[in-house]
Design a protein around this ligand. Structure first.
Ligand SMILES: NC(=O)N[C@@H](O)C(=O)O
Length: 173
């Protein structure tokens, strides 16, 4: 079965159930007004392990997916470096103790990430691989070393749980 998803604007309010946005212009006065100006801040948390940064690379591919993944022990952060806007796919967290718990296909949402915005996702929020609009895209992934290790061999009992939702999502810009 295929399902069409329309990309939505990426705002703090719309993304609040899934995580936090770190914005150049968050719509509130700067935290610090002397250079360097601190425009915005968001939390980043790692449980039972050590924080690390990963330099991640992607190539443009068709705007389709059927699998999502979740991490329970880190509020993973995504910091674009180059390659212009990209599409972020998310769905609400499900029971962290149930390895078979999946979000409903109609709860999946897609947002348009601008190259000057970053974000973190709440623990357990289901998310797809970023889909860049340009040919090449690079981002810094703020994550947990043990979660990265689990991502190399994704295991349900690790902190990189990848599941196919049984639906092919086609994204419309
Ligand atoms: N697998 C992993 O740790 N990171 C992914 O969530 C990703 O999209 O980078």
């Amino acid at each position: 079965m295929n399902r069409i998803i329309k990309v939505e604007p990426f705002t703090k309010e719309a993304f609040a159930p899934y995580g936090h946005l770190l914005m150049r212009e968050p719509g509130v006065p700067p935290i610090k007004t002397t250079p360097p100006i601190f425009a915005d801040r968001i939390p980043f948390e790692v449980d039972d392990g050590s924080a690390e940064f990963v330099y991640a690379l992607l190539k443009r591919k068709e705007f389709k997916f059927s699998a999502l993944e979740r991490h329970l022990k880190v509020t993973q952060g995504f910091f674009p470096l180059y390659g212009g806007p990209a599409i972020i796919s998310v769905a609400p967290a499900t029971d962290p103790n149930d390895l078979e718990a999946l979000p409903s296909p109609d709860s999946v949402r897609c947002f348009l990430l601008e190259s000057y915005t970053a974000f973190v996702i709440h623990r357990g929020v289901w998310h797809g691989t970023i889909l860049p609009l340009e040919e090449s895209f690079g981002y810094i992934l703020a994550t947990r070393k043990e979660t990265t290790d689990d991502s190399i061999e994704p295991l349900y009992d690790g902190d990189c749980q990848i599941r196919d939702l049984g639906v092919t999502f086609e994204i419309q810009l």
